[in-house]
Design a protein around this ligand. Structure first.
Ligand SMILES: *[C@@H]1O[C@H](CO)[C@@H](O)[C@H](O)[C@H]1NC(C)=O
Length: 456
C-alpha cells in the first residue's frame, strides 16, 4: 500500500468511518484524549443514520420518491431538517452528561418537549410521574391512584446508597420488579405503563429481573421531568443531526480531519489486524478503526429489524393539548404485541419543518412479515398524513469485541425512544478501545452546563 498516494496525512492513530452520532462522539472523545483522528463518510452529508436531512428535496431523493415536494404545500425545502431515526433526549440522561462533559452544549440550543403520553383503552393519557400527577390522571381508578401514588413516592425517595430508604426487609437486588408491583397491589395495567411509559422498557423481561435495574430507570424519568416540568425530554433546534455535528466540531478543534463522499476499503495485515484504510486510490495507515455496522458486512450479525415511518402533518396530534412536540408510547399489551410502538412528534417550532408543519415518526421493532400493518395503531393516531416515508432497517451488531483486529464496530440504533442505549454502546466501545471506563465529569467552567438549559 506504501506506493499509493496518502489519504489525508497518510498516517493516523484512529480512522473513524460513518459520521453517525456514536462515531462522532467517539471521534470527539478520542481527539480530546490526544489521538490523531481521520473521520470519513461514504455519504455527501454528515450524520449517517442519525442525520437530519435537509433540504426536503434530499429526503425525497433518499427515499426514491418519484415526485418532488410541492413548494406551495410544503413550503421551502431548506426550512426542513428531517431526522431519519426518532429519538428524544432525557433531560437528566447520559447524552446530556456527555454533552456537558465535552462542553458540546455550546454549539446547540434545546427546547423541552411538551408532553409525554401513553395509549390505553383506545385513548391517550398524560404519563403521570409524580404523586400529584397520578392523582389527577384518568389512567386509574381512585384506589389504584392512591396505591400508585405511594409506589411513586417510594421510588422517588429510594436511594441505592441509603439502606434506610429501601423499606423494611427489602433487598432491591433480590426482589423482582414484579414482586415490588405486587407489594403495592398494583394492577396489570399500572405495571404496563410504569414499565413501558416510565421505565421505558420495550418488552416485559424486566418484570422477572431484580428491581434494582428498574428503579433507576423510573427515577431517571422523574428526575428528568422535574428539571423542566412538562415532559422528561428535550430536543435540539434544527434536529438531531446537530448532535453528531457538534461532536465533529469538537474533534476538528482538536485536530481531527473530516472527509465526506469517501467510500472506505479496509486493509488488513497478514495476522488479521488492521493496517489502514484505502479510498479512491489513496491510503492511510492507522492503529485502529471505529465504524458503524453498515461499513462491515462481514463483521456483523443481524439481531432484528426496525420499521420507521416518517409522516408529515399539517396539524398537531388530536388529544395532545395541541402540543408542538410529544412522545406517545403504545405499550405492547394494548395492541397484542411483544414490543411497544412509539410515536414522536416535533415541528416547525424546532426549526425542522416549514411554518405550520409537524413531523411524526412512528417506529417499532418488526415482529411479522407485514411491518407496515404492525404500526397501524400508531399511524391511526396521526389523522391526515400529507406525505409518508417508510423504511425497514436491519439491526446489526458486531460479532466480536474488536480487540483482536483493532476494528471496533458500533451497534445499529435500536427502536428505543431515547438515547440511553446509544450512550451505553458508546461507553462500551470506549472502554474496549482504551481499557478504561469513560468518566463523565462536569467541566470546571460549569456555567456552560446551563447551555443545556432548555428554552421555553
Ligand atoms: C387546539 O387548536 C384549535 C385550533 O386553533 C382550537 O380550536 C382548539 O380549541 C385547541 N385545543 C386545545 C385543547 O387547546
Amino acid at each position: 500500500m506504501a506506493d499509493l498516494p496518502p489519504l489525508g496525512d497518510g498516517e493516523f492513530d484512529v480512522i473513524v468511518v460513518g459520521t453517525g452520532l456514536k462515531e462522532c462522539i467517539l471521534s470527539g472523545l478520542l481527539s480530546v484524549a490526544g489521538k490523531k483522528v481521520l473521520h470519513m463518510d461514504r455519504n455527501d452529508y454528515y450524520g449517517g443514520e442519525s442525520a437530519s436531512i435537509t433540504p426536503l428535496e434530499k429526503l425525497y431523493e433518499i427515499f426514491k420518491k418519484p415526485n418532488q415536494p410541492d413548494e406551495a404545500k410544503m413550503g421551502r425545502g431548506r426550512d426542513w431538517n428531517v431526522d431519519l431515526i426518532p429519538k428524544l433526549i432525557m433531560a437528566n440522561g447520559l447524552l446530556v452528561k456527555m454533552l456537558i462533559h465535552t462542553d458540546v452544549t455550546r454549539y446547540l440550543e434545546f427546547k423541552q418537549v411538551d408532553g409525554s403520553y401513553v395509549f390505553k383503552g383506545n385513548k391517550l393519557h398524560k404519563v403521570p410521574a409524580t404523586d400529584g400527577e397520578a392523582l389527577s390522571s384518568g389512567l386509574m381508578g381512585l384506589f389504584e391512584k392512591r396505591r400508585f401514588g405511594k409506589f411513586l413516592t417510594w421510588i422517588n425517595e429510594f436511594d441505592i446508597e441509603k439502606k434506610a430508604t429501601w423499606g423494611e426487609g427489602f433487598d432491591p437486588a433480590k426482589t423482582t420488579m414484579l414482586q415490588v408491583f405486587q407489594k403495592y397491589s398494583l394492577d396489570k395495567e399500572t405495571m404496563d405503563f410504569s414499565g413501558h411509559a416510565i421505565a421505558l422498557y420495550t418488552q416485559d423481561d424486566y418484570l422477572n429481573r431484580p428491581a434494582v435495574e428498574t428503579i433507576p430507570r423510573m427515577k431517571l424519568y422523574s428526575d428528568s421531568l422535574a428539571r423542566y416540568g412538562k415532559s422528561p425530554y428535550i430536543y435540539p433546534l434544527y434536529g438531531l443531526g446537530e448532535l453528531p455535528q457538534g461532536f465533529a466540531r469538537l474533534s476538528a478543534i482538536y485536530g481531527g480531519t473530516y472527509m465526506l463522499n469517501k467510500p472506505p476499503e479496509f486493509v488488513y495485515n497478514a495476522d488479521g489486524s488492521i493496517q489502514g484504510v484505502k479510498s479512491e486510490g489513496e491510503f492511510a495507515k492507522c492503529k485502529l478503526v471505529i465504524g458503524d455496522p453498515t461499513y462491515f458486512p462481514d463483521r456483523v450479525k443481524k439481531s432484528g429489524r426496525v420499521i420507521r415511518a416518517i409522516c408529515i402533518l399539517s396539524h398537531p396530534i388530536a388529544n395532545t393539548d395541541n402540543s408542538t412536540s410529544v412522545q406517545i408510547i403504545i405499550p405492547q399489551h394494548q395492541v397484542n404485541r411483544k414490543s411497544d410502538i412509539y410515536v414522536s412528534v416535533v415541528s416547525y417550532t424546532h426549526n425542522v419543518a416549514s411554518k405550520g408543519k409537524y413531523i411524526a415518526i412512528v417506529s417499532a421493532t418488526v415482529e411479522t412479515n407485514d411491518p407496515e400493518k404492525e404500526i397501524l395503531p400508531g399511524l391511526n393516531l396521526l389523522g391526515a398524513i400529507d406525505e409518508k416515508f417508510v423504511s425497514v432497517t436491519d439491526l446489526l451488531e458486531p460479532i466480536d469485541d474488536g480487540t483482536k483486529n483493532q476494528v471496533f464496530v458500533t451497534k445499529s440504533y435500536d427502536a428505543t425512544s431515547h438515547f440511553e442505549t446509544t450512550c451505553l454502546d458508546i461507553m462500551d466501545v470506549f472502554q474496549r478501545i482504551t481499557g478504561k471506563p469513560l468518566e463523565l465529569t462536569t467541566p470546571k467552567n460549569a456555567e456552560n452546563a446551563e447551555g443545556a438549559e432548555a428554552a421555553e
